[in-house]
Write a protein that binds this ligand. Structure first.
Ligand code: EPZ
Length: 418
């Protein structure tokens, strides 16, 4: 069983480079299926999630190779089947991102209900409704379901709820549909704009990505593609909080601060001392004051930074209210923080109140999911004594070489297999 052993309470120093965005890499590789031409992808995060996705794609016949400069070439001209490997799909919710491109290119795709984090119900009703709107027929085979369409037909799709991956999936599927598609109430995350830029560079005709209304004019085919993945804004925010919670001067480099403006607004309200450049952030020791947040789709406060921010507020003076509006299972990790010395009351599954500051103490804990997992690492680095974290697969799947990168900052963390 792999575990982290962390001795907390040291100040850190130095620089940490932000990796390519996980939640863009998990869409860009599926997007390569839309074209039968070769694609070159740069700044790829080498994490468990991308490795799992590549396994599923290689099982379909896609060739993915890393060249000497660390860039990835993708060839999709020899895809031999349209059934996704069930076992692999169950390990990765993002595998559903293959549905739209496969349906658009081959007219058929069969997949099991996707897996992923245990952060509340993860339905796929909006995906299925969207594909049907584009003319696809859905056949329920029990364990799996098949989507079929000789040719997708452009349509007007109004999303009843904002969904990042539904927006991305339908946008990709619509690039090869006959006619024009309008997606209303679309998600506006930076990764969606980046995905549209990549597809447009290959000959797609997408306008409005990054706004609530996206229009896609279907084209016959897409050309070859070459793309550099944007910096991971969740890593950027997480490392900024890391510097603050350990009272350290650290520099976060190769990032895009404008993608976490809402977090930076809340950190400034909490009296965080930060120097913000065009592609870097420097943290300084700060006397933090309690600050409330409410998560919201982009450009609101990102739900993926809620757990790290909650840990930070355990070190801030006063009462903080955290309101998680997106997922219905993303606050239960706070029980673990209370075992470490935090003073958090759960008002209901969507709201907690934190009384700070309280001294945190090392404990033996289990990471419940990806973002709560990294938050426990932050708590352990701020705590007195030793923390052992189990189930660290959940953390490694989203943060590339995280132990080595934290060790370089002076963190006393090691990964053991016991
Ligand atoms: C994306 O998940 C991200 N994942 C999540 O990051 C992120 O937390 C989330 O967007 C919100 O920003 C990837 O991009 C791979 P949603 P996604 O569809 O698209 C409901 C991480 O930690 N919904 O925007 O799956 C759903 O239940 C991950 O990196 C339906 O009801 O999230 C939720 O309440 C976690 N039916 C709401 O929409 C559907 O068919 C928003 O979810 C689909 C979604």
């Amino acid at each position: 069983m792999e575990k982290y052993i962390i001795n907390g309470n040291n100040q850190l120093s130095g620089e940490i480079k932000v990796a390519g965005a996980k939640n863009l890499a998990l869409k860009i590789f599926p997007a390569t299926i839309l074209s039968d031409q070769p694609c070159l992808i740069k700044n790829v995060p080498e994490i468990e999630d991308t490795l799992r996705l590549w396994e599923i794609m290689e099982d379909l016949g896609v060739k993915i190779e890393k060249n000497q400069t660390g860039q990835y070439t993708v060839s999709t001209k020899n895809i031999t089947k349209t059934e996704l490997n069930n076992e692999l799909v169950k390990k990765l919710r993002a595998s559903i991102m293959l549905a739209g491109p496969m349906l658009a290119r081959f007219g058929q795709v069969t997949l099991a209900h996707p897996g992923g984090c245990i952060i509340g119900k993860r339905p796929i009703d909006l995906f299925l409704e969207g594909f049907k709107k584009l003319g696809a027929e859905m056949i329920d085979n029990g364990e799996t379901y098949t989507l079929k369409a000789d040719k997708l037909i452009g349509n007007k799709i109004i999303l009843p709820q904002i969904s990042v991956t539904v927006t991305e999936n339908l946008m990709m599927a619509a690039t090869l549909a006959q006619g024009t598609t309008q997606i209303k109430n679309a998600a506006m995350e930076p990764e969606i704009k980046a995905l549209a830029d990549y597809l447009n560079q290959q000959g797609a005709k997408i306008t409005g990505a990054g706004t609530p209304e996206i229009t896609i004019e279907g084209v016959e085919k897409l050309n070859a593609g070459e793309f550099k993945i944007i910096p991971d804004r969740i890593e950027t925010g997480t490392f900024t909080i890391l510097g603050l919670i350990t009272n350290s001067n650290i520099k976060i480099t190769d990032c895009q601060p404008e993608h976490i403006e809402n977090l930076l607004y809340s950190l400034k309200k909490a009296n965080a001392q930060l120097e913000i450049g065009s592609d870097y952030i420097i943290t300084k020791p700060s006397k933090l004051i309690a600050t409330n947040i409410i998560t919201h789709e982009y450009p609101g406060f990102p739900t993926d930074l809620q757990a790290p921010f909650t840990v930070l507020m355990t070190q801030a003076k006063g009462l903080s209210l955290i309101h998680e509006t997106i997922f219905d299972g993303r606050l239960f990790y706070t029980d673990i923080l209370n075992q470490m010395g935090a003073n958090i009351i759960m008002c209901d599954p969507h709201r907690i109140v934190i009384q700070g500051p309280t001294q945190l103490y090392g404990r033996n804990v289990v990471s419940p999911d990806l973002r709560a997992g990294i938050a426990l690492v932050l708590a352990a680095l701020a705590a007195q004594g030793t923390t052992v974290i189990e189930n660290i697969y959940q953390i490694n799947r989203g943060y590339e070489n995280i132990t080595e990168r934290l060790q370089k900052l002076g963190a006393d963390i090691k990964q053991i297999n016991q």
